[in-house]
Design a protein around this ligand. Structure first.
Ligand code: PLP
Length: 377
């Protein structure tokens, strides 16, 4: 099997699995318990918080654990809206994940005004476009650090400056970025940042929200007042420990790994473009995640392509995993103005276990699938 769907999720890094194991059994105490075993679990949670905060250039006190990227995104939008009722306008990019788009729609139903900023044809959200959308009553601007479908990197520092010029908050969904490219909340002026563990080799169902000190935000989840009252629920100690171990391993290898993946990605791109016509690459080539290749083939059906590749042992997707199964063109490709009839999108995302041989084999499978599908009509 050739797995080229790392943007959907990544198998856990061995370091993360090893770090987690004791916390399921001999160190299973509740981090809220006052006995020594509980205090040990609490220490593990706080050490992990410090490690992940370092990876963002944040202070540990600014980091809150959640059940993943989706909760962090929901909390950023809904929690700030709840806490700051005087501002009733929000700005989000049109290419956000549904974990941002759907809470934005929910706020619109509550009477908020929502401005969706379109990307250019390369998938870049221009800071000038955001500047035009932000107003004095804007609560928050939400633009992702890296797009999960086409892999584009967005100019979040310039966008944050545009938000701050009107006193608005800047939120970024860094779910696809953290552990893959440098992320620094201080340098970019980010107020809120979402991340998810399973995208960098940690467990699924864990993530967090960075909240700049002094930012007004209400909790979404209320209960036993864990996470300083802002996110209740017994801490997922193994998941949190695994998140820190995975991020530490990812960051250690990041400079070399980013170069390796970008080189593999570029080789694959060239081989596909040389090997067939009626294909284009989506998204900026320069402002891009190292392990992302996103292609559109003319004259073939979406499902037929993915099924044929699956049959040939190549695991890839059309766009985001969350929207596959819904037979609609990706909102990202549509927002970029690149949708047409009779096309198939193919997102190939590479990761730590991807080898050059696997990429070559995948290219051969893709080329023969495209050839066969086109010649069956
Ligand atoms: N945001 C982006 C950009 C994503 O790619 C994902 C992936 O699923 C999410 C949010 C949701 O994160 P999670 O799967 O942890 O809920």
């Amino acid at each position: 099997m050739i797995y080229l769907d790392y943007a959907a999720t990544m198998p856990m890094r061995p370091e993360a699995v090893q770090a987690m194991l004791p916390y399921f059994t001999e160190r299973a105490a509740n981090a809220g318990a006052l006995h020594s075993a509980g205090r040990e679990a609490r220490r593990a949670v706080d050490d992990a918080r410090a490690a992940v905060a370092r990876g963002l250039n944040a202070d540990a006190a600014e980091l809150f654990w959640t059940s993943g990227g989706t909760e962090a995104d929901n909390w950023a939008l809904l929690g700030t809206a709840q806490a700051q009722k005087e501002r009733r306008h929000i700005v989000v990019s049109a290419i956000e994940h549904h974990a941002v788009l759907n809470p934005a729609q929910a706020l619109a139903r509550q009477g908020y005004e929502v401005t969706f900023v379109a990307p250019d044809r390369e998938g870049i959200i221009r800071a000038e476009a955001v500047e035009q959308a932000v107003r004095d009553d804007t609560l928050l601007v939400s633009v992702m650090t890296a797009n999960n479908e086409v892999g584009t990197l967005e100019p979040v520092a310039a966008i944050a400056a545009a938000a701050h010029a009107h006193g608005a908050l800047m939120h970024t969904d860094a779910v696809q970025a953290l552990g893959h490219i440098p992320v620094d909340v201080k340098e970019t002026g980010i107020d809120l940042l979402s991340f998810s563990s399973h995208k960098f080799g940690g467990p699924k169902g864990v993530g967090g929200l960075y909240v700049r000190r002094g930012t007004r935000i209400d909790p979404l989840i209320r209960g036993g007042a864990q996470e300083r009252g802002l996110r209740s629920g017994t801490e997922n100690v193994p998941g949190i420990v695994g998140t820190a171990a995975a991020l530490t391993a990812a960051l250690e290898r990041m400079p070399d790994e980013a170069k390796r993946l970008a080189a593999l990605r570029d080789r694959m791109m060239k081989a596909v473009l040389d090997g067939c016509g009626g294909v284009r690459v989506n998204g900026s080539l320069s402002q891009r995640l190292p392990g992302n290749l996103h292609l559109t083939f003319d004259g073939i059906g979406q499902d037929a392509l993915l099924m044929r590749l699956d049959f040939g042992g190549v695991m890839a997707s059309a766009g985001s995993a969350c929207t596959s199964g819904i037979r609609e063109r990706s909102h990202v490709i549509r927002a970029m103005g690149l949708d047409g009839d009779g096309q198939a999108d193919l997102r190939l995302t590479l990761g730590p276990d991807t080898t050059g041989e696997a990429c070559e084999e995948a290219v051969q499978k893709i080329l023969s699938a495209v050839f066969e599908l086109r010649n069956h009509h």
